[in-house]
Write a protein that binds this ligand. Structure first.
Ligand SMILES: [Fe+2]
Ligand SMILES: [Fe+2]
Length: 170
């Protein structure tokens, strides 16, 4: 059984995962309308992944005697300026999510909720991967800069990444 406090903080995380899904969906659209198919595919897949993170939390809250709250979401931006800027936004967003998961883990220890603590370990591992992936892409884009030909190759690279399942929903 979840305490009120744990239910409340898990519901906050449900909202963060849902908003992450929206942000990446907006990034997918921005890339797609400019013809960057690889980056668009990557972002669509990432958006699905965040929705799956949200659903996993929803099921857990309901199974543990809480009530998952589906709330209104903040609208993400529609423009991202440049790919460098967009992937920086993505990386910073993931760092923010990791911080939020860390805070949650800390609260479960304070509350001695070891079941939720155990459940959250999956998210801790997932955030390590997501930060590494975002940093990896950011390194590549920093090498390319604004070079058009480089961006074309980068888009193809990202497409390979999606095809290889590196970013496939788990
Ligand atoms: Fe997530
Ligand atoms: Fe994420």
């Amino acid at each position: 059984m979840l305490s009120k406090k744990i239910e409340e903080v898990l519901n906050k995380q449900i909202r963060i995962e849902a908003e992450s899904s929206q942000v990446y969906l907006a990034m997918a659209c921005w890339a797609e309308v400019q013809g960057f198919e690889g980056v668009a595919q990557f972002m669509f897949a990432h958006s699905d992944e965040e929705r799956m993170h949200m659903l996993k939390l929803v099921k857990f809250v309901n199974e543990r005697g809480g009530h998952a709250q589906i709330s209104e979401l903040a609208a993400p931006p529609t423009e991202f300026g440049s790919f460098k800027n967009m992937f920086e936004t993505l990386f910073n967003h993931e760092v923010m999510v990791s911080q939020s998961i860390n805070d949650l883990v800390h609260i479960t220890l304070e509350q001695r909720d070891y079941a939720t603590h155990n459940f959250l370990q999956w998210y801790v591992a997932e955030q390590i991967e997501e930060e590494a992936l975002a940093r990896n892409i950011l390194d590549k884009i920093n090498l390319i800069g604004d070079d058009k030909g480089g961006l074309y190759l980068f888009d193809n690279d990202v497409k390979q990444l999606v095809a290889a399942g590196t970013n496939a929903p788990q």
